[in-house]
Structures are given as C-alpha cells and as structure tokens.
Ligand binder design. Sequence first.
Ligand SMILES: [Fe+2]
Ligand SMILES: [Fe+2]
Length: 257
Amino acid sequence: MRILVIGDIVGRPGRRAVVDLLPGMRQKHRPELVIANGENAAHGRGITPRNVQELVGAGVDVVTSGNHVWDQKEIIPYMEASVPLLRPINYPSGAPGQGYLMQSGVLVVNLMGRTHMYNVECPFRTMDRLLAELPSPPKTIIVDFHCEATSEKVAMGWYLDGRVSAVVGTHTHVPTADARVLPKGTAYISDIGMTGPTCSIIGNEISAVINRFLTQMPGPLPVAEGPAVLSAVLVEVDDITGRALKIKRVDEYEGDL
Ligand SMILES: [Fe+2]
Ligand SMILES: [Fe+2]
C-alpha cells in the first residue's frame, strides 16, 4: 500500500499547489491514501470548513493539523461533524474533535510534541494507551507527529519502531533529509516540510519576518506570494505485516525555484 503524506499547507499558495499538483502526483505515485497537514491553510493560521472541503475536493483523504488548529473559530463546531479532519490526540480531554480515524483500512493518528510547544499530555504515553486500547488495531498505522524539536521527533520514531508503520514529522515547515525505515519496520522522517511559497520564511513574507527579528516588535506576518513547493513523502507499507518497505521524498514545485 502506498500512502502520500503532504506537509503543512500554508495559505492560498499552499492550497493552490495542492489543487494544481496533487492530481498529477496521484497519477504518478498511485497512492491508496493521501494525508495532508492543513493547520496553516487559512492565511497561515488555522483552517476553515471551506479549506477542508477544498483539500478533500483536490484529492486529500485525511486532513491532519497541529497547534494552529483552533485559530479559525468556525472550525470548532465543524470538528464535531463527521469530517476527515484531525486535531492532535493528546490535547487534554474536553478539547473538541478527534485525534485519530480509520480511512481505507489505515489508522491515521495526529500527535503533538511538548518540547517548546504547548502543555499537552505526554505523546509517548498517549500512543501506548491508544495502541493498547484499540480493540483490533489495523496493521497499517500512520502517525503525523507535529512537533518542534527534532530530538523529540527522533525519540518518537524509535519509541514506536515496529509498533506503527510510519512516524512523519510536521510543524517546522523545513524539510529534513533523514527519511528512512527504522530496523523494526517504521518509516520515519523528522519533518516533511511545508506546502507553501518558496520565496518566504516558513511561508511568511520575508521582509515582515526579518523586521520582527530586527526590532522584536509584534506585527502582521502575511503569507508570502509566488510559486509554491508541495512537500510530501511517499510511504510504501506491506499491508500484511504493516511494516514499511520504503519512504522517499516526492516534492513538486510550481514553476522554477
Ligand atoms: Fe505549520
Ligand atoms: Fe504547527
């Protein structure tokens, strides 16, 4: 089974890249499942019901998210509906929405780290509980680990090695070159990278971000314009054993870099 996972979609350029490039990628790679992190789909902050519909219409099967998921308030009631949208599973109880779902026989889990992030429940113990409590866990399990620190991400990869099919990192918007299959069969990458404008600072206008660093003053950080990259990995899983066979980067670009 082939599963395509797309990194954080940032604003209009990111959504446009998915709409324009995903149909061709589906033809080229023939994934049975497409997962995309949409936490920055709405102007770089959060995601709206319309954004979810647009991504699903473009061929995304499951939308994951992260710390920005609550930024657009209209998403909160929508989360209670039966839509393929996840928020990190380890938000404390009382948070709306769902942290995992089954799609095409695959369990997709959205998990969030704690280092330099929010005070959510322990992601390691949360995964232990989930894997122990599922009545009949499917063979293929994909974890979007939304996390700042590469050390916490690498630790999660090793912690879950042999227990899930893939741990793929999101949140930093910067792709890493460490995609590999760990010894017990878990595909791993620290960060897929973003789907958004290439001439930007993690999706935002360059001058606005540099000005913030120079002055330490708050101010708007608009999403940058221009051609986008679609950052993604393709994971190949043996659906009899649930072990990953391969993971590779399959980024696509709009226009020239
Ligand atoms: Fe993000
Ligand atoms: Fe994030």
